[in-house]
Design a protein around this ligand. Structure first.
Ligand SMILES: [Fe+2]
Ligand SMILES: [Fe+2]
Length: 400
């Protein structure tokens, strides 16, 4: 490997980059790829932390062999069993049959169910430690971020937290794995998109586990996706805490679903209203054109959102319905929402948006706008005023 992969004296990144997969979890677009990070500790014992997706195991094993001088792997720590990290376990066991797999009580069912592995498993509980020579590993059981078996591993002497998917990001590694050697702007939106889509549903529990790390001195955050945070680990810790407690930035998203452009016209008026209220960050999206993952991400990012949808078979327009269901599933909170529903004959869009407001702990800004047929001047004005009102709420000014 030609680039630096050393986290500390005897700890190495042995991850791989996936620039081939179109959709993460066969759902979420990966225009910038993704990395599957794994880490190797070469001490009196040789320890691996997590593995990589099965498609990349050849590259992965080569990287490991280069560093171990043909010594066998003694321990494999599995912080997370999702196959993007557990995919190479079987091959590792074939090569190193004596290898012990370290997990917690929830990991065992996954090992048996996914890979038929029942032997060589070492179960750890919260705060257990393992002496591997010069270094000591400490286990933190952190269930439900974002699977039941998720845990983190802390390397005491080097203050490294191997955090699993927490603190992760979309976006493959480009040149360097370290936060001080890369353009962080590239990762900013990808961190938000990864968090809001993959981990966001478990925000309250993620916030709890992240806060529980505050007792640890952390010099390096070594996540399973994206950069290694050695220069400013607090940046990613604070960002994750902020996202998981639903903090938001000044700005707003307008998302519309339209068949023939009428709802677009009304949505544009709402966006103009936001600008008139002094909101400079206004994102305007056609739900049929922009993948849902970006919409969820920006709705998570900003304080305000206006959803405008035509009706389709007595319901929301399908891409808007899919978005609203995804927001409900993730329990979106706290933002200021404005609603615009349109129809020609069936109605139904606004009614479903109202259900969304009932289902989530959001701040609904009234009055909602409903328009039949082509947009009327009166309703265009109402949409502008709704945008302005949402903008004023974001600014923290006028109330209802
Ligand atoms: Fe995962
Ligand atoms: Fe993952």
């Amino acid at each position: 490997m030609s680039y630096s992969n050393k986290l500390s004296g005897n700890v190495y990144w042995v991850g791989v980059n996936d620039r081939e997969t179109e959709l993460f979890e066969n759902l979420w677009p990966l225009p910038n790829g993704i990395s599957y990070n794994s880490y190797l500790l070469v001490d009196e014992k040789v320890v691996l932390v997590d593995t990589v997706k099965i498609d990349y195991q050849e590259d992965y094993l080569e990287k490991i062999m280069e560093l171990t001088n043909d010594r066998p792997i003694d321990y494999l720590i599995i912080n997370h069993m999702e196959p993007d990290h557990s995919g190479s376990i079987k091959e590792l066991l074939r090569l190193f049959p004596e290898m012990k797999i370290i997990g917690n009580s929830k990991t065992t069912g996954f090992l048996k169910g996914f890979y038929g592995i029942e032997d060589n498993i070492m179960e750890v509980t919260n705060n257990d430690t393992l002496d591997v020579g010069e270094k000591t590993l400490e286990f933190h059981i952190t269930p439900m971020v974002h699977w039941p078996e998720t845990m983190m591993t802390y390397l005491q002497e080097d203050n490294i937290i191997f955090s699993g998917d927490v603190f992760g990001s979309f976006g493959a590694i480009k040149g360097s794995i370290f936060d001080d050697e890369i353009d962080l702007e590239f990762y900013e939106d990808e961190i938000m998109r990864y968090f809001s889509n993959i981990v966001g549903k478990y925000s309250p529990i993620a916030a709890k586990h992240i806060k529980s790390l505050s007792d640890l001195e952390i010099d390096i955050v070594a996540t399973t996706h994206g950069p290694v945070w050695r220069n400013n680990p607090q940046y990613i810790i604070d960002k994750y805490l902020s996202m998981s407690t639903f903090n938001a930035e000044e700005g707003a998203v307008v998302v519309y679903g339209t068949m023939y452009g009428n709802t677009k016209k009304i949505a544009e008026e709402a966006a103009a209203g936001l600008s008139a209220a002094g909101i400079k960050e206004v994102k305007l999206y056609d739900a049929s054109k922009t993948d849902k993952s970006y919409l969820i991400s920006d709705i998570w990012k900003y304080k305000g959102a206006i959803l405008a949808s035509c009706s389709y078979n007595n319901e929301l327009f399908p891409p808007m319905l899919s978005l609203v269901e995804a927001l409900e599933n993730r329990g979106i909170q706290k933002r200021y929402f404005g609603f615009i529903g349109t129809y020609s004959w069936s109605g139904g869009a606004l009614k479903r948006l109202e259900q969304f407001a009932d289902n989530c702990n959001i701040n609904l800004v009234e009055p909602k706008v409903e328009n039949q047929y082509a947009p009327t001047n009166k309703n265009l004005k109402k949409a502008f005023n709704l945008g302005k009102k949402v903008g004023e709420k974001i600014k923290g000014g006028k109330t209802n």
